[in-house]
Design a protein around this ligand. Structure first.
Ligand SMILES: *Cc1c(COP(=O)(O)O)cnc(C)c1O
Length: 433
């Protein structure tokens, strides 16, 4: 595979950007080698600067549920941008996207658009604090909520801990407001509520944690969180930036039928353009300015071009059988991979693919299920590195980290899936040797 152009572009990028990138995981540090510079995408395929073609399962890390450069999304963007790209004044498109979302989602009544998932979560936390007049928040090790200060916190040692900052530049005093516990551990949550009685503003969780492997939670556990929050007048935030519109139109809330107090969305909602959103009951949302005293604003919030892209994409998601078909394809891809492994007589008892909806996660583990971050073996990433490299050589593009999930999109064809399964069998044979 030719890499000269990507390599030259990366050398140049390193002069301009720290590590040569504008978001760290893109730098290929955890798999080694040079990041591919992508020239274009169409449907399920992407092409790099050297002209290599790949079947893509990264999908821009989740947003592209219809695939790349979907005709309907592109048309909507063109139509919108011809009328002007931003006004800093309300447009009808904001109403249209809000109506599309709210008329199909019984878990929220009012929303606010922002420009990224990070911003959505940061604002939701401020709302929870403003509403409850409490300062502490509780999060789970292994859930990612964007890069705002109070959430760049990892667990210390012990059942219930104030976190340690997971980034330089986050003051110790901020971290003392964030309690971090393991996923799937009811005792730790009970302990936290006992230790910090009447102090916890919110519990925030990715109900289907998909940013550190795929750590599927038990429904009873999520219900337990719902109940303990209600008992303690603490708000439950479902961070559905990755789950929303992916696991069905109503995301994980609908999948488990659990009513959180605040929901955050991002990724798919913007059709590939920068959009985030948080929503709640009309009563809780009335605390947001200008109605209430929790301040939150944005120059480009509700941007008309981004709204148009979101409307076009979500309209497709609402068509009958959209999610059933995505899930069917995902299951068929996984089944085909295991069929190919069997045909090639590859011993693969330590190779697992965990899945829900159109999300899949490749893990090298002998465990039958992964529920907490500690259950992912850092040492097993050595297999992923080889698998990733061999798959690239065979025209399959996965996100460049063994902690990331993959996504099947509407544009993947049966032919893509068969090719992918064959490439997996060949690559795994090398990785597991
Ligand atoms: C991606 C993600 C975020 C951050 O969104 P950005 O748009 O990257 O800022 C927050 N929470 C979850 C669950 C995510 O998957």
């Amino acid at each position: 595979m030719k890499r000269e152009k990507s390599e030259a572009l990366f050398e140049k990028a390193k002069k301009y950007f720290p590590g040569g990138v504008n978001s760290p995981v893109r730098a290929f540090r955890s798999v080694g080698g040079t990041p591919l510079f992508i020239e274009k995408g169409k449907g399920s395929h992407i092409w790099d600067a050297d002209g290599n073609e790949f079947i893509d399962y990264c999908g821009s890390w989740g947003p592209l549920i219809l695939g790349h450069a979907n005709d309907k999304v592109i048309d909507a963007i063109k139509k919108a941008v011809e009328k002007g790209s931003s006004f800093g004044a309300p447009t009808a498109l904001e109403n249209d996207l809000a109506e599309l979302i709210l008329s199909n989602n019984k878990y929220i009544q009012k929303i606010r658009f922002v420009s990224s998932g990070t911003e959505a979560v940061m604002s939701a936390i401020r709302l929870a604090r403003g509403y409850t007049k409490r300062n502490k928040i509780l999060k789970f090790e292994g859930c990612y909520h964007g890069h705002s200060d109070s959430l760049l916190v990892k667990a210390g040692s012990g059942l219930v801990t104030f976190g340690n900052t997971s980034s330089a530049g986050v003051p110790e005093s901020f971290v003392n407001e964030t309690i971090v516990v393991s996923l799937n551990n009811e005792q730790a949550v009970k302990q936290a509520f006992a230790d910090f009685k009447d102090q916890i503003a919110c519990v925030i969780i990715e109900p289907i944690p998909a940013n550190n492997g795929l750590l599927l939670q038990r429904k009873e556990y999520l219900q337990f969180l719902r109940d303990i929050c209600t008992e303690n007048k603490t708000l439950l935030i479902f961070d559905e930036v990755i789950n929303g519109f992916r696991i069905g139109f109503t995301g994980a809330s609908g999948y488990y039928n659990i009513q959180p107090d605040i929901i955050t969305y991002g990724k798919i909602i913007g059709g590939g353009l920068p959009v985030g959103m948080y929503g709640s009951s009309a009563e809780i949302m009335s605390h947001i300015s200008p109605e209430g005293n929790v301040y939150q604003a944005g120059t480009l919030s509700g941007n008309p071009v981004a709204m148009a892209a979101g409307i076009a994409q979500l309209t497709e998601c609402l068509k009958p059988n959209f999610y059933e078909e995505l899930e069917r394809k995902t299951r068929s891809l996984i089944a085909e991979i295991f069929t190919q492994l069997k045909l090639s007589k590859i011993e693969s008892s330590n190779f697992k693919i965990f899945t829900v909806g159109s999300i899949f996660y490749i893990a090298f583990t002998d465990k039958e299920v992964l529920r907490s971050a500690e259950e992912i073996d850092a040492d097993s990433m050595k297999y992923f590195r080889i698998l990733h490299k061999e798959l690239l050589e065979r025209g399959i593009y996965l996100g460049p980290s063994g902690y990331e999930v993959g996504f099947v999109c509407e544009a993947h064809t049966e032919d893509d899936l068969i090719k992918t399964a064959k490439a997996f069998a060949e690559s795994l044979e090398i990785a597991l040797k």
